[in-house]
Design a binder for this molecule. Structure first.
Ligand SMILES: [Cu+2]
Length: 654
């Protein structure tokens, strides 16, 4: 069974365990009330007022306890199996939830079941199922509130709570007179303590109105910028270091865009278009992009997804700049040394603004060959108004099939970018094809005849083939791009097997033999305090942004990240300013491949290596942007770098 299936099963079982113990305990309490003295009537006449059928009630109670015991055994078995997939999946269950539950459950098996079968409702018989119920509820709290790693705070609250519950139950079951004053005082103290504790936690989790994430360091991010304006003009005239300056201006504004079907969508755009104007430059050129804003209700920035720009050009509000407001501008400048397929998008409230359209394609052609061969186009997959679309440069997004006529023999390179929040599955039918680049960087992989590949949110695949004398269909989740020589029927969308992109490529990529540091990011779905309010959140190591501790690195180091997904959804992780080398996926060695957006599926464990060669304060987050907005964001901080910018009412990078 996969870790994802076990995690899902454990989630069902934790509820089932709590419900079954609660039901058994409740049934025992109710039945016992009907039996004065806690023992079954010898006959109806002997104990006046007792309900008929109490022995039957005892039998039912025994059955309920057995059901709860079976559910508990199931959870134990799932936990043991999960531990085989990694301690991250089992830690808090093995160390807290089950140790609290197993002793009273065992006692219930040994004491309560035989007692009930004898028809006894003695205090001891009732105590253990009820205590198991308290422990099972604590198990639910651990599951939704704690995750991994085990937080000591909740442990020191839950353990006494279960023990206290057991003591209070014992006292209640054995008392003869009215409730003692001692117990009422003790109860009041416990409640007061719990209220004070949760109040204090909420107070502690408040964020200041303005929070600087990197106040120390000797190098300011504002010094980590691209070349100054004058420099490129003084470079040589041609070649990789030609220094030619390519100027663009992008203006963020709301606009109504028209999809290929004629449907209109209210969008946020660059220059009235979404995708925004495709920016295409040549390796070695200096790119200068002047960003202006006509957005009344929000700021805007430009982040160069997957591109290793200097930190000050990374476009993260609150970390590398302030969000650009209406009437303001910001000029980005960097040398395009890295050829490949990339994209740009706003990083201010990206979950809303990027989804609404503030993005575009960024392509850097290599110095050699001098001109792109054949049909070489960026293709954006984006959902507008609930419809997935395929957008080629210069045409409106097609909410269905986009079509181009190509002569047979034309070399084709489709630079497909997934600008959505979730993964898309790509396939090509009608011709064998290769994935020539992953996230902008070349890979050498076998030809795929019918194979499909899942593209992570934020990720890019370059699909290459030679146009045959018949139509070819690039398909993605119900939409597609039909390339046709002018005649012939479109092939059916590819339905072939899914390939594992981490084992697709081959080549001489060498993984480092030793690491200077290692970090583990355990991704989870838990209740966490966001803005001082407990909310179901997407967490990293049990914390939400901006409280997730940054990964601290030094320039020149190799850093290993172990990324563990304990939740039920994929998390396309995206570290800014770097590609990471994928080492293993679920323990299986990768090809290896460099990626900037890697999709960690439910129950999966990825090991990746990052070469710390681009100093800065770099955001790293899930590119399912609702997850990022709900906490799954952190940063990689180089030790010497400080940022003068702050998270405040103006900057919302997540
Ligand atoms: Cu996520």
């Amino acid at each position: 069974m996969s870790a994802a299936a076990l995690i899902a099963l454990d989630r069902i079982l934790v509820i089932l365990v709590a419900v079954s113990w609660g039901w058994a305990g409740g049934h025992l309490l109710v039945s016992r009330k009907a039996v004065p003295g806690g023992h079954p009537p010898v006959s109806r006449e002997a104990v006046p007022g007792s309900r008929a059928g109490s022995p039957r009630a005892a039998g039912w109670a025994a059955a309920l306890v057995v059901i709860a015991l079976v559910a508990t055994a199931g959870r134990l078995a799932v936990t043991v199996t999960l531990a085989g997939h990694g301690w991250w999946f089992a830690g808090e269950k093995a160390l807290l939830a089950l140790p609290l539950l197993l002793p009273p459950a065992l006692a219930a098996a040994v004491v309560s079941v035989p007692g009930l079968l004898r028809g006894s409702f003695s205090p001891l018989v009732v105590l253990f199922p009820l205590t198991s119920a308290y422990a099972a509820v604590a198990g639910v709290v651990v599951a939704v509130g704690m995750g991994y790693p085990l937080s000591p705070y909740l442990s020191v609250v839950l353990t006494p709570a279960v023990l206290g519950g057991a003591l209070a139950t014992w006292s209640m079951l054995t008392r003869t007179g009215p409730p003692g004053r001692r117990w009422r005082v003790a109860g009041a103290v416990v409640v007061a303590f719990a209220v004070a504790w949760s109040g204090l936690s909420v107070w502690n989790a408040r964020l200041p109105a303005s929070l600087r994430l990197a106040p120390g360091g000797t190098v300011d991010v504002t010094a980590l910028r691209g070349p100054p304006e004058a420099a490129p003009e003084s470079g040589p005239e041609s070649g990789p270091a030609s220094g030619k300056l390519r100027r663009f201006t992008l203006t963020a504004k709301p606009a109504t865009i028209t999809l290929a079907s004629g449907r209109t969508v209210e969008a946020l755009t660059f220059d009235g278009r979404s995708p925004g104007p495709p920016l295409r430059v040549r390796q070695g050129e200096t790119v200068e992009v002047r960003l202006r804003s006509e957005l009344a209700d929000r700021g805007v920035t430009l982040h160069w997804h997957g591109y290793h720009v200097p930190n000050g050009e990374d476009g993260v509000p609150g970390l590398t700049q302030n969000a650009v407001r209406k009437g303001e501008e910001f000029v980005y400048r960097f040398r395009a040394d890295q050829p490949g397929s990339y994209w740009y998008h706003t990083h201010e409230t990206p979950n809303r603004a990027l989804r609404a359209g503030l993005f575009g394609m960024f392509t850097v052609d290599p110095v050699d060959p001098v001109a792109p061969e054949g049909f070489d186009e960026p293709v954006a997959l984006h959902t507008f108004g609930g419809s997935l679309t395929v957008a080629l440069a210069g045409s409106p997004p097609a909410d269905g099939l986009a079509t181009r006529v190509l002569a047979p023999g034309t070399p084709v390179r489709l630079r497909v970018a997934n600008t959505d929040n979730g993964p898309h599955t790509l396939g090509v039918s009608g011709v064998p094809y290769r994935i020539a680049a992953v996230d902008g960087l070349p890979v050498a992989g076998r030809a795929l005849r019918d194979g499909r590949a899942r593209l992570a949110a934020g990720g890019r695949y370059d699909l290459v083939f030679t146009m045959p004398p018949r139509p070819v269909l690039m398909s993605a989740d119900g939409v597609g791009l039909l390339l046709t020589p002018g005649a012939g029927a479109a092939p059916a969308p590819s339905a072939g097997p899914l390939i594992d992109i981490t084992r697709y490529g081959s080549g001489d990529v060498r993984a480092p033999q030793r690491f200077d540091r290692s970090y583990t990011w355990v991704l989870d779905r838990l209740v966490a305090l966001r803005g001082g309010v407990p909310r179901l959140s997407h967490t990293v190591n049990g914390q939400v942004w901006p409280r997730v501790p940054p990964a601290l690195v030094k320039e020149g180091e190799w850093v290993r990240f172990t990324v563990v997904n304990r939740s039920g959804e994929p998390h396309p992780m995206h570290p800014h300013g770097h590609h990471v080398l994928v080492l293993t996926r679920d323990g299986a060695p990768a090809a290896p491949v460099w990626m900037d957006s890697f999709d960690v599926g439910p129950g999966e464990v990825w090991e990746v290596a990052l070469r710390a060669d681009n100093p800065g304060v770099w955001l790293a987050h899930c590119h399912e942007l609702t997850h990022a907005a709900e906490g799954m964001t952190l940063h990689v901080a180089y030790d010497a770098v400080r940022s003068p910018f702050a998270l405040d009412g103006h900057n919302h990078p997540e």
